[in-house]
Write a protein that binds this ligand. Structure first.
Ligand SMILES: Cc1cc2nc3c(=O)[nH]c(=O)nc-3n(C[C@H](O)[C@H](O)[C@H](O)COP(=O)(O)O)c2cc1C
Length: 211
């Protein structure tokens, strides 16, 4: 692994996944940066991200997802969303857009608990994130925010669970040298994943699939 000092700091990293097996380029190119360009995100692009989420599959086609959009049109609402972020996610206050995904916990068609609601919201959000890559944007999901504060601030009703705050913006492609050391190191850090053999089992729990 290369040391941060040795890396080229004049280029923002692409950080494409180093895969053991071929995958779609869009998936490989997605990652979660914490620095954004100082540039607004066009409304049409935000709508395309939401459209991608909309077409996700869901249990009983219940579509248990909602997204609160903080695009700066309502500056006060965006500021309130930024104030919900934990200190460790201070970087996300620079993002021009924040989204908050919300899961409806009961099925719309019969009101019984939907055990897959949060699963489905996660799937929709990943579609949204991949569409962001396609649009030349990045979308970085976060658990680090005060969900109860968000519920109060944005009048999220009972039966709905705030899931992830998502920072959306254009990635930086220019010089990294103006970043502080810690931020730069984080942006340049290697991406890592468990091997397939650790996440896939052949027929029974614990029997590795793949090498
Ligand atoms: C549900 C969820 C919550 C996350 N919460 C945070 C967070 O609060 N702060 C943060 O910086 N990154 C957060 N992340 C991003 C992960 O840290 C990141 O996806 C992971 O380290 C893998 O890196 P990559 O996305 O660049 O491949 C979150 C991701 C997901 C899916």
């Amino acid at each position: 692994m290369k040391d941060t000092q040795e890396k080229d700091l004049s280029q923002y990293p692409e950080k494409e996944a180093l895969t053991a097996h071929p995958i779609d380029e869009l998936i490989a190119r997605r990652w979660s940066p914490i620095v954004f360009e100082d540039r607004k995100v066009e409304r049409e692009k935000i709508l395309s991200l939401l459209e991608a989420a909309r077409w996700a599959p869901s249990c009983f086609n219940d579509q248990p997802w909602s997204y609160l959009v903080f695009d700066g049109t309502d500056a006060e609402a965006l500021e309130k969303a930024r104030q919900c972020l934990v200190e460790g996610n201070r970087w996300a206050r620079q993002a021009p857009v924040l989204l908050l995904s919300v899961a409806r916990e009961n099925f719309a068609y019969n009101g019984s608990p939907n055990r897959h609601a949060q699963h489905d919201v996660g799937a929709a959000s990943e579609d949204l994130v991949l569409q962001a890559v396609e649009e030349g944007l990045v979308a970085h999901q976060m658990a680090g925010y005060d969900a109860e504060k968000a519920r109060r601030e944005f009048a999220i009703p009972e039966g709905y669970t705030p899931m992830a705050m998502i920072a959306v913006g254009y990635p930086r492609h220019d010089d990294l040298r103006d970043l502080d050391e810690k931020t730069r190191a984080r942006e340049l850090a290697e991406r890592s994943r468990k091997p397939v053999s650790e996440i896939a089992f052949a027929g029974k729990w614990g029997a590795s699939y793949g090498e």
